[in-house]
Ligand binder design. Structure first.
Ligand code: UD1
Length: 417
């Protein structure tokens, strides 16, 4: 099994180009199932979750080709309607094919994604909302077996809780439903806006009518398009934190700074100097890092997907900090590993008290999920000596060329078998 070897402690200096967004690409790829015209997607990141989604689409009958201009996806009117456990189990976003399959073909059998390390992660909100569009479903042997005998029909749906995935599944499903759908209490993550832009460009008719409300007029036909997926804001945030924690100086390019202003403002408050330009920014880490209180929240709040990374930075603050994880019930698995490196983090339920002024010591470590893995790299970059990070397949799910990108800016990092 592959491992990462990291030698700290170097300041990171140079330029990092941010890749396309994994979390925007996944729902957009699922939404291509609605079409029977050629779609070219640009800027898809080269990460395992995208490979898994492409395999899932192929298993459903999509024809996929890689070309100079991007990934070309072609669907006919005849998809298969079965998404197997073997493909959905490793990637929760597999459930996003349920909406488009039901919308286009009136029936589907899709494996439940199951739990994962960061919590139980049910799909009840997706299923209840789909039933309001006329879907009948049952759960059988770990599969959702769903039918919409009369086809999907528009309705008014208020999500009981903000969910990124459920909002995406319903936007995609309602785009081809008969009549009009109004979704309220929607997630408004930039990746959802990207999905809506993609669908509208393809010929769908979706309008934001207020901050968390969307009106979708069902359409019957779509057209051939080419679409560039947005940048990965979590990857951008991770490298910003890498610069801050190593007291380095990084230029982060291929981004829209406005989209990550919560993260930029927080890092400024903690002491970094940030110079914002049109599609890039420069961050200079400060010797002194201030402490703070943070809670994770749906966008535009602080993202849960950066909670593990910011915790590493707060271990270096001048005083104690508090982090409250309000999205997932079990997202502190990185804490035990960080404490093995000398951190002093105490958790109580969804709260973590993070002691400041820590010098991380190198160690052999175990990655437990995607974002936890990267937080261990950040800590190892500041620890003087050799750290080894095991189980890095988690990392390969969502970070494109991470060792290459870090090596280019001065990190001593390599992959070993
Ligand atoms: C997406 C992101 C993930 C991010 C998360 C929150 C993708 C592929 N993944 O995950 O990286 O961490 O948003 O920003 O984009 N919930 C239910 N029932 C449901 C659905 C969700 O109880 O049917 C709960 C979840 O367990 C969680 C909360 O709602 O506690 C938010 O989850 P959700 O926004 O749906 O996250 P995902 O779409 O799975």
């Amino acid at each position: 099994m592959q491992k990462l070897e990291v030698f700290g402690a170097n300041k990171l200096k140079g330029q990092i180009k941010i890749s396309g967004s994994k979390n925007a690409s996944l729902p957009i790829l699922a939404a291509t199932l609605l079409s029977n015209k050629k779609i070219t997607l640009k800027n898809l990141p080269k990460v395992r979750d995208i490979e898994t989604m492409l395999s899932l689409l192929k298993s459903l009958g999509s024809k996929i080709k890689l070309s100079k201009n991007g990934t070309i996806i072609e669907n006919s009117n005849q998809n298969k309607k079965f998404a197997s456990y073997s493909l959905v189990k490793t990637m929760r976003a597999g459930i996003l094919v349920l909406g488009p399959l039901l919308s286009k073909h009136k029936s589907a059998k899709v494996s439940l994604p199951g739990g994962c390390a960061i919590g139980t992660r049910p799909v009840d909100i997706h299923l209840k909302a789909l039933s309001k569009l006329g879907v009948e479903y049952k759960i059988d042997h770990g599969y959702v077996i769903a039918n919409a005998p009369k086809g999907l029909e528009g309705n008014k749906i208020k999500f009981p809780k903000i969910s990124v995935g459920a909002t995406e599944n319903l936007i995609i499903a309602a785009s081809f439903a008969k009549g009009t759908t109004i979704l309220s209490n929607c997630a408004i993550e930039p990746e959802i806006k990207d999905l809506v832009n993609f669908l509208n460009k393809m010929g769908c008719n979706i309008k934001w009518i207020s901050k968390r409300k969307i009106k979708i007029f069902g359409v019957k036909k779509v057209k051939e398009i080419s679409y560039p997926v947005m940048f990965d804001r979590i990857e951008a945030g991770t490298y910003l934190i890498a610069a801050a924690v190593t007291k380095g100086n990084l230029k982060i390019t291929n981004i829209i700074p406005e989209i990550i202003k919560t993260e930029i403002n927080l890092l400024k408050k903690l002491g970094s100097k940030i110079i914002i330009k049109k599609n890039e920014l420069q961050i200079l880490g400060n010797k002194k890092i201030k402490n703070t209180k943070i809670k994770t929240a749906p966008y535009p709040g602080f993202p849960t997907d950066l909670q593990a990374q910011i915790m590493v930075l707060l271990c270096k603050a001048n005083k104690n900090s508090v982090i409250r994880e309000d999205i997932f019930e079990n997202r502190f698995m990185h804490v035990a590993e960080l404490n093995r490196m000398g951190a002093k983090i105490l958790t109580n339920g969804n709260k973590a008290i993070v002691e400041g002024n820590i010098n991380f010591a190198p160690a052999e470590l175990m990655a437990t999920d995607l974002r936890a893995s990267v937080s261990l790299i950040l800590a190892a970059l500041t620890a003087k000596g050799k750290s080894i990070i095991n189980r890095i397949y988690h990392l390969d799910r969502g970070y494109e060329n991470i060792e290459k990108k870090l090596k280019k800016v001065g990190a001593k990092i390599r992959r070993i078998n």
